[in-house]
Design a protein around this ligand. Structure first.
Ligand code: FES
Length: 110
């Protein structure tokens, strides 16, 4: 289990959540069943969830309550989802949101 995960807190009941495996950008990681994708990634120190569509700058959690859409990631079989709201499940394949081709300038994403 990740060193960044909080395991000792009065609101956390030990032994209640099952450990599951998932991947992010092809890397195998471990999370707790039902926790949001973003929480599982943060527990591994992963804060960059996608790239800005035009500039390619790093984007991550902002509101963490489903309002801003800054945390969009691609989940195999589901398309783009909000990482702060979507529960992680066993075997889930998550990929960071990519920079898109700029439709105005025609510039391709790196
Ligand atoms: S961080 Fe704002 S919608 Fe997920």
């Amino acid at each position: 289990m990740s060193k960044l995960r909080i395991v000792n807190h009065p609101l956390i009941k030990k032994g209640e959540q099952k450990r599951i495996s998932f991947t992010f950008n092809g890397e195998s990681l471990e999370g707790l069943e039902g926790e949001p994708i973003a929480a599982a990634l943060l527990a591994h120190g992963i804060r960059i969830l996608r790239r800005h569509e035009e500039s390619g700058s790093n984007r991550g959690l902002y509101c963490a309550i489903g309002h801003c859409m800054e945390c969009r990631v691609d989940v195999q079989g589901k398309g783009q989802v909000r990482a702060c709201l979507t529960p992680i499940v066993e075997g889930m394949e998550v990929v960071e949101g990519k920079q898109l081709e700029n439709k105005i300038t025609g510039r391709e994403a790196p």
